[in-house]
Design a binder for this molecule. Structure first.
Ligand SMILES: NC(=O)C1=CN([C@@H]2O[C@H](COP(=O)(O)OP(=O)(O)OC[C@H]3O[C@@H](n4cnc5c(N)ncnc54)[C@H](O)[C@@H]3O)[C@@H](O)[C@H]2O)C=CC1
Ligand SMILES: O=C(O)C(=O)COP(=O)(O)O
Length: 633
């Protein structure tokens, strides 16, 4: 029997073999992992990474892999996958479809090939996208389902250089396993300042009087304005921009109220703002400033029903999204005098039609979506999005992920070996199902000494899902699409936590994967209730299989595995070991478990190579062997 390799050596060897085979042309997309080693040992990678093995299981192996990665990095090789799923060593291609600040572009160029193609038509974007690993947009590019379809699986991340992600089809992105990240903080002040600029200039007719003077007129009485001090301003959407507008408006002496169903009351209190209902906000305000995102719930919330509920002569500012207002209804409200003035930076269709009644209305001040357009904000946004996109292409989870759970780095680091275990258990469990199909219900049971609230299992569940789905489909699973893919395949993944009396130092003591209502190609994997059941633990950073059905075993989950059920009698290890040895199949681990002495036992044998058909036949012909199965890890 071969000696147990150290996790360090095993992981390095495994990674090396993956790296050296990275240019191999596979018909099926390569087994994209969403976990690979990081050059930062405290982090693991969770998105697409074409060539790195998930077999990273300890800090020592992580260090080893880091060394390999450093070699790769110094050779300026970056691994990515082309549109046919072929793993390539070329730099990733990043398409930037709208103007982005230089500092961000420089950062992107230091990492990949940057294609700045502005003003692409939807057709041109679709034509290009299958050659791109990342796409960076602002508000002017519609990233539709067609774009994700046209990407043919290559697009890994969409970076929105700004806040609003209403121009990205998030559902489609999630279905295609494409991460969407945004740059949520760098333009907050710019947008808030623009809101205040529109508020004050509208109140004093700055734009209109400027235009009239340039037309040779001097109309002092026509452009008498209204004062702001003491007036009530309703902020609709009390998030980052809304709060900053509120602060500034208070400085102007305004009474500020806000409506936001999700904003914490203490944040509002701290700024001296009262949180009120939608109706209260719109019916008492002299000025209404919009700062909520465009979502199905906010689409056209200002309409023929809501305008009449406003105070007559209200003034409206919109630096959020045009779509939150029914623009035809606003024209009617302006004509009827319900709305005295509106100042708009954003429009349902951008640019709006030249003959837009709204834009042409004399009581309306307009700017062409300039909220985020300051030099400072654009440099900040560019850097923020470039860092997020590079991080995502490196396989890291972004702190600004819009369609994936955000898992703090310390949690990621702690869960790393359990994440590997979870995927391997999923991968093993599905291979134990007869035909690998018909799975509807999977239960993942975590034994842990931790309080359930301090154990985030989303990652582990996603990895079990990945392990189960990938071997039986063409779908590449990552943290973005795991839940969606499971649902789409009719797979119900439930979770149970059992609190055990062990050290809470480790997040998980064991993970068990159960598949119910299926036939098994290895009947011994069925537990008493008829479910396929396997359990694993992390030992010294290495994932181990510790239970198969009712049988205890202990075998490191590396390489491949043969499970053999036999009558418990002497000499069995030797017999099967000999057959494997004769066929040059190297045995890496072996473990025997039984329920009762002299009855049935299970032998779990780790093998480096897949035994050929003849060898497998010979194992099956050993008289005491009742059943056996070969499983790929
Ligand atoms: N004109 C421009 O150039 C810019 C426009 N924006 C727009 O402003 C929006 C807000 O940006 P941030 O403040 O950074 O985002 P944020 O996410 O910090 O704030 C949005 C707030 O709206 C609230 N909200 C959600 N649904 C609501 C509803 N039905 N009614 C009331 N409030 C609701 C949320 O709870 C959140 O507090 C963005 O979504 C974007 O569309 C942002 C930056 C620049
Ligand atoms: O950040 C946002 O939501 C904005 O609306 C800014 O849009 P822009 O990047 O200037 O097209």
């Amino acid at each position: 029997m071969a000696s147990t390799p150290s996790p360090h050596t095993a992981a390095t060897a495994h990674l090396n073999s993956l790296l050296s085979s990275s240019s191999v042309n596979h018909n099926k997309p390569s087994n994209l992992s969403f976990l690979h080693a990081s050059s930062n040992p405290s982090s693991i990678k969770l998105l697409h990474s074409s060539s790195f093995s998930p077999s990273i299981s300890s800090s020592s192996s992580t260090t080893a892999i880091c060394n390999v990665l450093k070699t790769v990095e110094s050779a300026d090789i970056s691994l990515s996958r082309d549109l046919h799923g072929v793993v390539s060593t070329s730099k990733p291609t990043i398409l930037v479809s709208e103007k982005l600040g230089e500092a961000g572009l420089a950062l992107l160029r230091s990492f990949g090939n940057v294609d700045c193609s502005y003003d692409l038509s939807p057709q041109d974007l679709c034509a290009k996208i299958s050659l791109c690993d990342a796409l960076i947009v602002r508000s002017g590019t519609k990233v539709t389902r067609e774009v994700f379809e046209a990407a043919q699986g290559r697009l890994k991340v969409v970076g929105r250089a700004g806040v609003g992600i209403d121009n990205v089809d998030l559902q489609a992105a999630t279905e295609f396993g494409c991460l969407v990240v945004n740059a949520p903080t760098a333009n907050t002040i710019a947008a808030a300042e623009h809101g205040i600029a529109l508020l004050t200039s509208m109140a004093r007719n700055v734009a209109q009087s400027d235009a009239s003077m340039k037309a040779g007129k001097w109309l002092r009485s026509k452009y008498v304005g209204v004062s702001l001090v003491g007036k009530t301003l309703a902020i609709m959407g009390f998030g980052k921009v809304g709060s900053e507008v509120a602060r500034r408006a208070k400085g102007l002496g305004m009474h500020v109220i806000a409506h936001d169903p999700y904003a914490p009351a203490d944040r509002a209190r701290a700024i001296g703002v009262d949180l009120v209902s939608f109706e209260q906000a719109i019916s008492t305000a002299d000025f209404i400033s919009l700062h909520m995102p465009l979502t199905p719930a906010t689409n056209k919330v200002f309409n023929d029903d809501t305008f009449p509920k406003m105070k007559k002569g209200v003034r409206l500012i919109n630096v959020a999204r045009g779509g939150v207002i029914d623009e035809d209804a606003l024209v009617r409200a302006l004509d009827s005098g319900i709305v005295a003035q509106a100042a708009l930076d954003v429009f349902t269709v951008e640019p709006p039609p030249k003959d837009s009644k709204l834009v042409q209305h004399e009581n309306v001040t307009v700017t062409p979506h300039l909220g985020a357009s300051t030099k400072e904000a654009q440099e900040g946004v560019a850097i923020e999005i470039a860092e997020a996109v590079v991080g995502a292409l490196n396989g890291e989870l972004s702190a600004t992920a819009v369609n994936a759970p955000m898992v703090p780095p310390e949690v990621l680091s702690e869960l790393a070996p359990y994440v590997v275990l979870a995927e391997k258990l999923g991968r093993l469990a599905v291979q134990l199902v007869t035909g690998g199909s018909g799975i509807q219900s999977v239960k993942v049971v975590y034994k842990s000494a931790r309080d359930p609230d301090s154990l985030d299992t989303r990652l582990l569940r996603a990895m079990v899902t990945k392990g189960i789905i990938e071997p039986i489909s063409d779908t590449i699973i990552n943290l973005v699409n795991a839940d969606f893919s499971a649902k789409q395949k009719g797979l119900r993944i439930s979770e149970e936590r059992i609190i055990v009396d062990s050290s809470p130092e480790y997040p998980v003591e064991s993970i068990q994967v159960q598949i119910s209502n299926v036939q098994s190609r290895f009947a011994s994997a069925l537990s008493e209730n008829g479910n396929i059941s396997i359990e694993g633990k992390v030992k010294y950073g290495v994932p181990h299989l510790t239970r198969v059905g009712p049988f205890s075993v202990d075998v490191s989950l590396e390489g491949n595995l043969i499970l053999c059920k036999q009558v418990d009698q002497p000499g069995m290890i030797g017999k099967v070991g000999n057959i494997l040895g004769e066929s040059n199949v190297n045995v890496s681990f072996m473990s025997v478990g039984r329920t009762v002495k002299g009855k049935q036992a299970i032998m779990a044998i780790g093998v480096d190579e897949e035994p050929d058909k003849d060898t497998q036949k010979k194992i099956g012909e050993v008289s005491a062997v009742e059943e056996f199965v070969f499983l790929k890890l």
